[in-house]
Design a protein around this ligand. Structure first.
Ligand SMILES: *Cc1c(COP(=O)(O)O)cnc(C)c1O
Length: 358
């Protein structure tokens, strides 16, 4: 990628764009009296606009992730980073994105909203990317390749050698969605950023950090790519409550590690238990906080669990996920309830009036 030229990938209108200049981005120093942003002067605790570039939070994230602060963008969930990527790079009606189904649904939704074409290249039967097929189908209008690793809904890692080959050979941006990275045995692709100028790595506070409610996602990339994220983002995209809550969470890293350890332990137990059930046909290896489980009667099992007050995700209509339910690993108590319910699952070959009460 020695000849990589980012400005050939960015939409011309975005290169020319003059971004909104907020009061807080125009005057950056400290002062006694701020009368520049039409804020309410009375201190409610939240009467001031938040830092548009979240420097304090980013410096904590930089320490935690080992990524320089100038290589970090923060979004309103990683969904915002996904959406901004499409808007920065893809000219509607001309450019396209490549996705690798079965995978996370937001790549397609963001492209559909922007009227950007989607070219799917199915994962292989072992849920790995078809590297040759992807590279053969790519051309100068292939602006973004979204790779989800660990992948949702299949749960597996995409092998690092495949990611490297794609980052090396793909003409556009390669965006790695690492929403489930903390549950994975494979290291983050942030370690590849200095090697591949076309790489964007996304992570989130929604899963391992237990903070889906604050809407905070991260994108790591070259300073040039981060510059374009900042250019097109809404001026105050990360609100003050979110910045404060994330700073608190980062001060309490041990709690995050404890939750992740528990979830990984529960994942192993749940997997072991589910394997012992005769209507379970297959459990796919998981590097995430959920299991993809192939069962004999997915619709019936799903409906039965709903009646027991337990909601899982029916993925049985998704290509390459025939017969599969996606089950999130819960607390030990929640997993125990699931196990109890499945133990008394009524079966066709199993008399319903045998004294077992539902
Ligand atoms: C859950 C999930 C996300 C999280 O998105 P946020 O907007 O950060 O909540 C991103 N990507 C994938 C693949 C996910 O499953």
């Amino acid at each position: 990628m020695s000849t990589f030229d980012l400005n050939k990938l960015v939409r011309p209108n975005i290169i020319k764009l003059k971004p909104y200049s907020s009061a807080r981005s125009e005057f950056k120093g400290t002062a006694e009296v701020f009368l520049d942003a039409n804020e309410n002067p009375f201190d409610t605790g939240l009467n001031r606009y938040p830092d548009p570039l979240q420097w304090k939070l980013k410096s904590q994230i930089a320490d935690f992730e080992g990524v320089p602060i100038e290589n970090i963008f923060l979004g309103n969930g990683s969904d915002e980073a996904i959406d901004l990527l499409v808007r920065i790079f893809c000219e509607p009606g001309e450019d396209h994105i490549i996705i690798l189904p079965p995978t996370y649904g937001m790549y397609q939704v963001s492209a559909d909203i922007a009227n950007v074409e989607i070219r799917p290249v199915q994962l292989t039967l072992d849920y790995q990317p078809n590297v040759d097929g992807i590279l053969a189908s790519a051309n100068e209008n292939s602006k973004i390749l979204f790779i989800c690793s660990p992948n949702n809904p299949t749960g597996n890692n995409i092998h690092l050698d495949k990611i490297r080959a794609l980052a090396q050979g793909f003409p556009g941006i390669v965006a790695i969605d690492e929403a489930y990275m903390d549950f994975s045995s494979q290291p983050s692709c942030t370690g590849l950023l200095s090697e591949f100028p076309n790489l964007v790595v996304m992570q989130t506070f929604s899963k391992a950090w237990g903070l889906a409610g604050i809407r905070l996602g991260m994108a790591f990339a070259s300073e040039e790519i981060i510059h374009y994220f900042n250019k097109v983002k809404p001026p105050y995209n990360i609100n003050q409550l979110t910045q404060t809550a994330a700073l608190e969470a980062l001060e309490n890293k041990a709690q995050q590690e404890q939750m992740v350890r528990t979830i990984i332990g529960q994942r192993a137990l749940l997997q072991q238990y589910l394997m012992s059930l005769d209507f379970v046909e297959r459990i796919y290896p998981s590097d995430a906080n959920f299991l993809l489980v192939k069962v004999q009667d997915p619709k019936g099992t799903y409906q039965y669990l709903v009646e027991q007050g337990i909601i899982v995700r029916d993925r049985s209509n998704v290509a390459l996920c025939d017969g599969c339910l996606r089950i999130t690993v819960g607390t030990p108590e929640e997993n125990e309830k699931l196990v109890q319910a499945l133990q008394i699952l009524p079966r066709e070959d199993f008399a319903l009036d045998n004294g077992i009460t539902k």
